[in-house]
Design a protein around this ligand. Structure first.
Ligand code: UDP
Ligand code: MG
Length: 171
């Protein structure tokens, strides 16, 4: 009976409407002492942390991650910036998580980002812009799989889930 209830609820929480995003707290966020405040913002919002670790990025991985930018004049500088120190990578989950997270993060150039957003509150740069967040549900899955192995992602149901979503929002 207990196992049956767990299986039912698991299906409810992780069914199609729940999206996932890769987050990277970039060297600009790590070196400026912003790991705690940034993780705190996502937790306070009600997003679920399904994976979290510190790692050193390398050029091979970044060429895949930033494949859409390899021909840009700033690409070499971007690689240097992203490999300057270890980063924090996270897998966050939630309903409409991609749009919710992108709105919490703000636009690419921190100088254009509104107060209250992460980039608006913490940055002044287009490149040293504190954080990465996935830009579509498809990329959320692709990017998470690129940075995490399956055993590093945890499919648990948070104990406070019924205070974050109504039952119909979890269907
Ligand atoms: N970037 C840069 N110069 C630019 C545009 C982007 O250095 O003129 C860097 C910046 O760090 C940005 C990353 O490249 O976060 C990826 O660019 P994208 O357009 O995907 O922006 P994002 O999705 O991070 O807002
Ligand atoms: Mg992007």
């Amino acid at each position: 009976m207990v196992i049956w209830l767990i299986i039912c609820n698991f299906g409810k929480y992780y069914s199609e409407p729940m999206e996932q995003s890769l987050i990277i707290i970039k060297p600009s966020g790590v070196e400026r002492g912003l790991i705690g405040p940034i993780i705190g913002r996502f937790q306070q919002k009600g997003l679920v942390i399904a994976g979290l670790k510190m790692m050193m990025l390398n050029e091979d991985l970044l060429r895949q991650h930033y494949a859409h930018l390899v021909d840009k004049p700033f690409f070499a500088s971007l690689i240097k910036s992203m490999t300057a120190c270890p980063v924090i990578v996270m897998c966050l989950r939630g309903k409409d998580a991609i749009a919710v997270i992108r709105s919490l993060v703000g636009p690419t150039n921190c100088r254009n980002a509104a107060p209250g957003t992460i980039r608006g509150d913490y940055g002044m740069s287009s490149q040293e812009n504190i954080i990465h967040a996935s830009d579509s549900p498809e990329n959320g899955i692709i990017e998470t799989n690129r940075f995490f192995s399956p055993e590093e992602i945890f499919d648990y149901i948070p104990a406070n889930i019924s205070y974050i979503y109504s039952p119909d929002e979890r269907d």
